[in-house]
Design a protein around this ligand. Sequence first.
Ligand code: ADP
Length: 491
Amino acid sequence: MTEHRHHRGGEWPEHSAAFEVHDPYTGEVFATVAACDQNDARLAVEAAAEAFPAWAELSAEDKATLFLRAADVVERRRAEIAETLARETGCTIFFANFQQDLVKQELRQAANWVYLPKGEILQSNVPGTYSTAVRRPLGVVASFTPWNGANVLAWRAVLSPLAAGNTVVVKPSELAPISAGLIVAEIAEEAGFPPGVVNVVTHAPGEAKAIADEFFANPTVRCVNFIGSVKTARMLAERAGRALKRSVMELGGYNPMIVLDDVDLDYAVRTGAFSAFFHQGQICMNARKILVQRGIYSEFVERLAERARSLPMGDPKDPATIIGPLITPDAVATVHARVAEAVSAGARIVTGGRSDGQVFEPTILVDVPDSCTMSYEETFGPVVIVQPVDSADEAVEIANRPLYGLTSAILTGDTYRGFELAGRIKCGAVHVNIPTIDDEIQAPIGGVRDSGWGRTGPYSLHDFSDLIWVNVQSGQRSLPGAAFGVAARPL
Ligand code: ADP
């Protein structure tokens, strides 16, 4: 069992209260973590504010060096971090290493983002005026991080704000305080980031509001950067509006995959299995509904079911495991309830539907009525709906029904046809012959409609900076009406 303090201003202060973190597979308590309160949040914001001017001024080269060093630390600590991720979040070693590979790429790319914020020289109507638009960081950014892709999303929540010159206070999910927060602080410290640039405030279950209260009340916090559920986002966006703070929202979705009848069926089955079942269906990008052209529907369902049944389930720490546990007993209960609702409305379970402890079988549902929750809301579990369609047009219409719009996929043997259909899908990402889950930080990843706003990496630097007009007159300007003195000069 390990004990973890929170982090602010380069220190790991003692705490008066702690909470327990459970291993979702064994149910054992494997760590205790600082249970911070609003005062701790205030001190962390103050530490970030104090560190801000020097960090904003630090040269691009020095910042870049720190990101590169952090990537090296991630590489060195790979096995140990993978084990922590597996124990804390139930993710398989496969997914843990997948995340860490992305983190390394992102850190190495972030070394370049510090050079990207650019200014412009503008035309002026007044002779002798040097008119410019320049980017400036905002100040302190508060980043809320989720438990699901804990490690990669925690880094994502800090990298762009830091590269734009801000300092950050991270509030990780209470379900993954280490992987979604404290590991980032440890690595930043090891890499040599100045004290106060990255701070992490951990809190006990049910105490998120107290930490958030400080972020909204404190005028030093200029931006709320949230990765999480639509339900929490609605509440936080409303609070950000009232506090007039900028917000960036990366939310869930209801991701469709369209399979056309000219596809290579073997590839479609593999792509469908990955999209639906990777990380037990707990990634915001998992496919939730697969729309298959009728001619190949039965064979697709049969072969996807065969693959689902073959996936090794169990201990996420076993490198062979593909399906590990869901995050909490409540998560298992929710998946059961939604499957039961669908079945009682006439749906059929082709395979799966049962759980052992917190490990839920990869599950395929067919004949699910549109009225069932599973048919229009994200369900964080390894459950996918497969549905026949008569045409590509019908598939597009069904794919666009939910108000969400995160990611989607179209599988077809005719790439150009896929490209044409891609333009009609209302999602932040449309992948042709690629799973719904794809992640390259240099791409504009993010949602449209109810899946949020804001983009990743280089595209998010604008979200985390202000554009300022710096306007310089050489000599003296001829003022309007000579500034109320003598001769009038028309404007
Ligand atoms: P998920 O269901 O994926 O865990 P949540 O939206 O519940 O997504 O959690 C994402 C983040 O939002 C976490 O950091 C969590 O602690 C935080 N959060 C949840 N409820 C609140 C709240 N009332 N106020 C502030 N933050 C919250």
